[in-house]
Write a protein that binds this ligand. Structure first.
Ligand SMILES: [Zn+2]
Length: 209
């Protein structure tokens, strides 16, 4: 199955994509990974991406589309794929329909209050990078990593004001896309507020229907 995953930061989209990728034996393709791979392999497109990112600019549609086109021509995608982080705009969505038409767009819907709870409670170990949550996954000793004894800290983009800015940007960017896919009867909206295992069960049922 060819799928696109949509969802705000903190919706657990990455976790769900990894679970779905394993369950369906199809690759999980995130644009972040595509950019990093192209830069690492020093491809023609990768050199351009590197230059743009170094200048702090957004990677333009045509370049992102070219990378996706290249990736979707690889042999491992013959049974389908999960795209995450693409498309972000209607021109990108139109291009994707030309390259390889998507069959289902799964929108993980999570209320802002739930996202704020998830992200503002997140703590990360400075030494080993292990992730905790002060309520749902606290360390044994406050502020200290169970695994390595390192100090836990709040990432700057997990500060409440930063999260609100990211959410607003996401909602205004994605709203037209959600409508666009809805009009084409490709959209499935899933309540993403539960635990990953529960959301995954809802997802499995939803894509069968
Ligand atoms: Zn640690």
């Amino acid at each position: 199955m060819k799928m696109v995953f949509l969802g705000p930061p903190g919706a657990g989209k990455g976790t769900l994509a990894a679970m779905a990728s394993e369950h369906l034996s199809i690759p999980h393709i995130s644009t972040g990974d595509l950019f990093r791979a192209a830069i690492k392999n020093e491809t023609e497109l990768g050199k351009k991406v590197k230059e743009i990112l170094a200048e702090g600019r957004l990677v333009p549609d045509d370049l992102t589309i070219a990378l996706v086109r290249e990736r979707l021509a690889q042999p491992d995608v013959k049974n389908g794929w999960i795209l995450d982080g693409f498309p972000r705009t209607i021109p990108q969505a139109e291009a994707l329909q030309q390259i390889s038409p998507v069959e289902k767009v799964v929108n993980f819907d999570v209320e802002d209050s739930v996202i704020l709870f998830r992200l503002t409670g997140r703590r990360v170990c400075k030494s080993c990078g292990k992730i905790y949550h002060i309520v749902t996954m606290p360390p044994k000793n406050e502020g200290i990593c169970d695994a390595c004894g390192g100090a836990l800290y709040i990432r700057s983009d997990d500060q409440e004001s930063a999260i609100k800015t990211r959410l607003e940007a996401y909602r205004s960017l994605t709203a037209p896309l959600i409508q666009w896919y809805g009009e084409r009867s490709l959209l499935v909206t899933i309540d993403g507020a539960g635990k990953p295992d529960d959301v995954f069960q809802i997802f499995v049922k939803a894509i069968k229907g």
